[in-house]
Design a protein. Structure first.
Length: 344
């Protein structure tokens, strides 16, 4: 009588095709190998070993037997495992950098040993139940097939799309007036497909110059700093700071006059003077200036013809009102009469 001592492996997919090594004794003469009631093909390696091909079967456990002219052996259990099947993936898209957590729904997922995104293993995964797996995507590009592999085999694929998330490296200028309307150049990557550009929470109009550059029109906003972002199909970019500056105002200048030769040091008093980029005396730039605080600037008057001019200050927020400064001609002497007198 033939006897079976072991099988290897002891399980396989319901689709069959698994090579199963049967070890035992009495494997001589005409032989039939059955998985349950189904006879299958095999190779007689020796009187103690048979290599059989598991036929297709139904989910569950069957008895493997070997029959010779002397009789039928004992049965040894072989388990048919369901091939995992996938129904959906959610979300079905994510960034090329990976790191997106997705939920795979299907059946026969218990015991899954691998999750693949276009051939790349998932960064990590957890089998939540027989019908659900939570996985973290690896880095990738384009449209890929997602499959899971378990003892029963590899599932059908579901589609996952890697989309580009824009990134911003710089903006220029980094500040502007609260009235908005100025052009801001945004430099970065991934500026493709449908995009939205926001200053804070306010979307604005823009032109995509290339995949790495956008020219946006800053919308009006209250004074302060906001984050500029670009949102594409893959999500929102990092934020870069943009400051809305209030329009500067001048209330006084001291002294209010000086020589046409310039060189007079004046103190300008006002508001919102931080970040001043220019001080003008009737259209002529100050020889030099120092922003002392948000309310004071010290400037050196340039040379100018005699008369009264308007002094203004320019910041990212715009140009201030003017305050009057008078250029006084240097007095000159032509004659003295009489041109001599007593020592007393």
């Amino acid at each position: 009588m033939p006897t079976i001592t072991s099988l290897s492996p002891t399980s396989g997919p319901v689709t069959g095709g698994t090579s199963v090594t049967i070890t035992g004794t009495g494997f001589t003469g005409p032989i039939t190998v059955r998985f349950g009631t189904t006879a299958t093909t095999f190779t007689l390696d020796s009187p103690t070993q048979i290599t059989a091909i598991a036929p297709a079967g139904s989910v569950g456990t069957v008895q493997v037997t070997v029959t010779t002219s002397a009789g039928t052996s004992n049965g040894v259990s072989y388990t048919y495992l369901a091939v995992p099947a996938l129904i959906s993936i959610s979300p079905s898209q994510g960034t090329t950098a990976g790191g997106t957590t997705v939920t795979l729904t299907g059946s026969g997922l218990t015991g899954v040993t691998a999750v693949s995104f276009g051939g790349a293993p998932a960064a990590s995964f957890t089998v939540d139940s027989n019908t659900q797996i939570t996985a973290v995507t690896p880095a990738g590009t384009g449209i890929v097939s997602v499959t899971v592999t378990g003892p029963g085999g590899t599932s059908n694929p579901v589609v996952y799309v890697y989309v580009v998330v824009p990134t911003i490296t710089s903006i220029s200028p980094t500040a502007g007036p609260t009235a908005g309307g100025n052009n801001v150049t945004i430099t970065g990557t991934g500026f493709i497909g449908p995009l939205t550009v926001r200053f804070g929470s306010t979307a604005t109009i823009f032109t995509v110059n290339s995949a790495t550059q956008i020219t946006a029109i800053a919308p009006a906003h209250t004074a302060g700093t906001v984050q500029v972002t670009v949102t594409g199909s893959g999500g929102a970019s990092n934020g870069v700071s943009y400051t809305y500056a209030a329009v500067p105002t001048l209330t006084s200048i001291a002294p209010v006059s000086g020589s046409v030769t310039g060189g007079t040091t004046v103190v300008l008093t006002g508001t919102n003077l931080i970040g001043a980029t220019a001080v003008s005396f009737g259209g002529t730039p100050a020889t030099s200036f120092t922003v002392n605080s948000a309310t004071q600037i010290t400037a050196v008057a340039p040379a100018h013809v005699a008369g009264t001019v308007q002094v203004t200050v320019t910041t990212a927020g715009g140009t201030s009102n003017g305050v009057a400064y008078t250029y006084v001609a240097v007095p000159t002497l032509t004659t003295v009469v009489p041109n001599l007198g007593s020592v007393t």
